[in-house]
Design a binder for this molecule. Sequence first.
Ligand code: FAD
Ligand code: NAI
Length: 509
Amino acid sequence: AGFFRWLLRLTYLGVIGGVVYTGYGIYQNRHPIEQQAPDPSKKTLVVLGTGWGAVSLLKNLDTENYNVVVISPRNYFLFTPLLPSCTTGTIEHRSIMEPIRNFLRHKVAAVKYYEAEVTKIDHEKKVVYMSPDSDSAGQLGQQELAYDMLVVGVGAENATFGVKGVREHGCFLKEVGDAQKIRKRIMDCCETATLKDQSPEEVKRLLHMVVVGGGPTGVEFAGELQDFFENDLKKWIPEIADHFRVTLVEALPNVLPMFSKSLIEYTEQTFKEETIEIRNKTSVKNVTEKYIEAEYTDANGQKQVEKIPYGLLVWATGNAVRPVVKDLMSQIPAQKDSRRGLAVNEYLVVKGTDNIWAVGDCAVANYAPTAQVASQEGAFLARLFGQMARTEELESRLALLSEEQSRAAKKEDRDEILREIKELQRRFRRVKQMGPFEYSHQGSLAYIGSEKAVADISWLTGNLASGGQLTYLFWRSAYLSMCFSTRNRILVIMDWTKSYLFGRDVSRE
Ligand code: FAD
Ligand code: NAI
């Protein structure tokens, strides 16, 4: 009985501690300390982008060391791993957005933010050109900003591989606007299919949801969509039950090529049970308003082209280099052989430059273009810039002391200064010893629908592959803990609870 009383007391203490901690977090979030004003005498560090790479850098950076300026057309950070859940309303998009100003106002020294798109980086002149992303900007037009140091974290754009009609008729899944467009389109297809006197062919077409690309984006979206149908749409709109179907088209022999073989098989088997059709070894060559043209090889080894009608087309075939990055690459001879983005060295310095760094999807550093890589690169740069600032400070103090020493008349003074110099040199050697960037892979996770997920987790020296409902719980808790802020976490939990209790919202807006 005594033991249980103690356990109860400990639990109370834990709960009270948790409440106080969260309360303090909320208070601190609302009332940050006053910031130091930017210091123009310091070097100007310009950061492009507010995605995984840039935000991880900004979060970890000592902003007192530099005059920091951030430029991005998006004034918020987006937690992309939960974006597929926004296409069906399992999670509301604002729950996974964090305004950039929310966390910039917590930095010790103020950071300037411009909501604009950088259209050109002039590497020789050390300036960037930016255009405001707003109709209200009026006459402002293009503006120029000089930098001493530049970090490019602009991510990538959607790859289409030159397939005609994709941009006009398909939906991508990269930004909040894409998820909103898909959500609207799903409901549009369902409501239009049930209109009075709708033809059976149109009903079939409208309710055929086609996803192109069997990477994690395509797989997660297909799983979320089938869940939406099974859990909600089928109940709200029973007329569509016999015709609604999801097809996933993949050019390679299997989906999720980056996962281990057993998890690929598990995913394909789960999709079969969920009645999601997978069309492997099928490559989409053309897209029109109402059908796609897909090429596959038949049993006789002959290439065939099939017209597949669709109501919703989601195009998830990976990344392509942004024009601003292509343009920068074209200015630097050392980048001429790079195809997939800015080639960087082991300290993430853009090859052929000495004051430009690149992080995330726009950098080519032999890692997959993932949030995990981008955020580790951002954190590495924050440490590197901290070291660089300390090194520069020590260098200038050393130069001053050497001057003082040569001016000192008395031997004792000279010896005293020498001792100081030696101490500084010792610290200097320590500061300079920062190793290159090393990526630590924590594993890959993907949701595959019907409350199942797959996970390839790095485990001690090996790899742990698991799939199923327990992995789904792990997936949920891992992504919840990775959310940007306590506010995001609370909102996501509320959304999950809301969808569970009341079902997803099927309003079209
Ligand atoms: P982004 O996060 O894309 O950010 C780029 C930033 O640059 C944005 O703020 C953008 O507005 C800004 N920008 C663009 N153009 C300009 C310009 N011209 N000037 C200035 N700023 C500009 N990875 C994982 O590891 N795990 C996952 O579970 C996962 N899930 C994903 C789910 C989806 C649906 C998607 C699309 C991706 C997912 N990823 C995941 C991949 C991950 O999101 C990317 O690898 C990551 O976002 C890359 O970070 P980044 O900083 O390079 O670019
Ligand atoms: P991806 O590059 O991983 O996959 C795209 C797929 O589309 C490829 O398998 C390719 O063969 C296929 N494809 C290309 N053209 C095609 C065509 N014309 N017809 C049919 N299929 C075609 O792209 P994705 O899924 O957008 O991911 C991008 C990056 O983001 C990856 O690095 C991925 O690891 C990461 N990501 C990670 C997630 C996770 O860990 N859960 C979730 C989403 C993305």
